[in-house]
Design a protein around this ligand. Structure first.
Ligand SMILES: [Zn+2]
Ligand SMILES: [Zn+2]
Length: 502
């Protein structure tokens, strides 16, 4: 009680400071309920206290995040559009205008996407072994600021501002050039508000996003879609990256097929005005050979570890190594373009070599072995065993678990060894059946049906899979005559197999 009385005697500005350090809205509410004098101080300065709490909760880019949100608001056709736009233009005035619960939620979502892009940036250029950002607070701030600034630009010059113009309605070539020049002047005016340092940070983020666009759209997407990716906005590109598809951008940009074919206003969307403003600021490009555009965000980037340690291919945005294979495996949604990339339990089974992936008995064994693991980190357990118990094939003798691998090499290693891992585990549990001469290429590996009777093809496959081990390389030289084997089985078991049930 004595302590509480002491608090009551504190000057208002100290109470205001205490309230600003509340870790969350709910803590603030609890504090306000303790005493009337606290509530009185809060009522006198509600916005500055709430903004301070938001700042700590959302991070240093909170004012930019709020600015961006309010900048976007008029586009959403909200009631208070004009006032919100006026608020957005200057970050200095945001403290005079309380934020809504909806805005807090949206800002958190926005910051979450910025974090994901920062993670990708750090992983791509700074540290290949961590999927979480390793940027220092200062570098992180530069990245986030640049990304917010770039998004503000894409809000000011959205793709919807440049609808597709039908061929008949197009002006002459000269008229179009005049219009493009006028638009460029507007863009230059917009960018002129930023300092040279901020513009260089934007250029670094642009290089990063363009590289991400190349990575995503080289596997899928319309020709020329990359030119639309930056104007569509960084978050749309992030969504495309996660599903390795151009679907999000197609949903976002109306008439995209036509726009890709004809887009005079998007061709020099940001680079031309950006370089023009930098020229006005008398910026000179660095000539040192080890200087990269990303150095405007972090000068610790030296572009090492750019190649797969095994095949020497350029490593893109995914690098498979001991510390990353599990987070990468869960990062991507299953994609029609890269079916194995999301290593769910089902797709791990599909990574088995040759026709083993059809072998119901072994798939079931693998599925249940993974299900019995104490942790969900099954890739680390399986790959760890392969390395630790030396199950590696001779051809992989120099492979190391800390190698930085491309997706193809990682998949190849898993495919070549998964059956050896199953075989190793089966051998610990008991004797293994004799090897089928056709090994993992055997054609009698099909849907496994424990209940199938002798007179069905599934019964025949079941008996074969249970009688022979297929977790081995083929040794037979001849072609497997499946019809003859079925015939021999029918005679031996005195049954007629109905092949129409296959
Ligand atoms: Zn490779
Ligand atoms: Zn076989």
């Amino acid at each position: 009680m004595e302590r509480l009385t002491g608090l009551l005697r504190l000057p208002d500005d100290i109470i205001s400071q205490i309230l600003q350090y509340s870790p969350s809205y709910s803590t603030l509410l609890s504090t306000l309920l303790t005493t009337k004098s606290f509530y009185r101080v809060f009522q006198a300065h509600p916005n500055s206290i709430l903004h301070a709490i938001n700042f700590r909760e959302i991070g240093p880019s909170y004012p930019l995040s709020l600015r961006r949100l309010r900048y976007m608001a008029p586009v959403l056709d909200c009631e208070d559009a004009d006032r919100l736009l006026a608020q957005a233009v200057s970050t200095d005035v945001i403290c005079d205008f309380p934020i809504t619960r909806e805005e807090r939620k949206e800002m958190k979502e926005m910051e979450d996407k910025v974090t994901q892009l920062e993670d990708l940036f750090s992983f791509r250029y700074l540290d290949r072994t961590s999927v979480s950002s390793q940027l220092t607070p200062e570098e992180s701030w530069r990245f986030r600021r640049a990304l917010h600034h770039l998004t503000l630009y894409t809000c000011e010059f959205p793709t919807s501002r440049y609808p597709y113009i039908e061929e008949n309605d197009r002006f002459t070539e000269t008229e179009i050039q005049v219009q493009v020049r006028q638009e460029n002047r507007r863009r230059i005016t917009f960018l002129s508000d930023f300092s040279a340092e901020e513009l260089l940070e934007i250029s670094a983020v642009l290089f990063f996003l363009e590289e991400l666009g190349v990575y995503v759209f080289s596997r899928t997407g319309l020709d020329g879609i990359r030119a639309i990716a930056i104007p569509a906005g960084p978050e749309i590109l992030l969504a495309c990256h996660y599903c390795i598809s151009d679907h999000p951008i197609r949903q976002h940009v109306k008439d995209i097929e036509k726009i890709v074919a004809y887009h005079p206003f998007l061709e020099s969307y940001i680079w031309t005005p950006l370089l023009e403003v930098l020229k006005q600021r008398e910026f000179r490009e660095e000539t040192e050979s080890d200087y990269f555009p990303w150095n405007f965000i972090s000068n610790r980037i030296h572009q090492s570890d750019t190649q797969c340690h095994q095949c020497k291919d350029e490593l893109g945005f995914d690098v498979w190594t001991r510390k990353t294979w599990t987070p990468l495996a869960t990062r991507y949604r299953q994609s029609i373009y890269l079916p194995h990339r999301a290593y769910t339990i089902t797709s791990v089974c599909l990574s088995m070599k040759d026709r083993l992936m059809l072998n119901g008995l072994e798939s079931e064994y693998l599925r249940s072995a993974i299900g019995d693991f104490e942790s969900d980190d099954y890739l680390t357990r399986i790959l760890g065993d392969i390395y630790d118990y030396n199950l590696k094939l001779d051809a992989f003798a120099d492979w190391d678990k800390d190698d930085l691998l491309c997706e193809d090499c990682f998949e190849r290693f898993l495919t070549e060894h998964l059956h050896l891992w199953i075989r190793y585990n089966r051998s610990l549990e008991g004797e293994i059946a004799k090897d089928c001469p056709y090994g993992y290429r055997c054609k009698l590996q099909g849907r496994y049906d424990p209940e199938a009777g002798k007179a069905s093809i599934r019964g025949f496959l079941k008996e074969h899979q249970e009688s022979f081990n297929h977790l081995c390389a083929p040794i037979a030289q001849d072609t497997q005559d499946v019809a003859l084997l079925i015939h021999e089985y029918s005679v031996a078991n005195q049954v007629v197999i109905d092949l129409s049930s296959v």
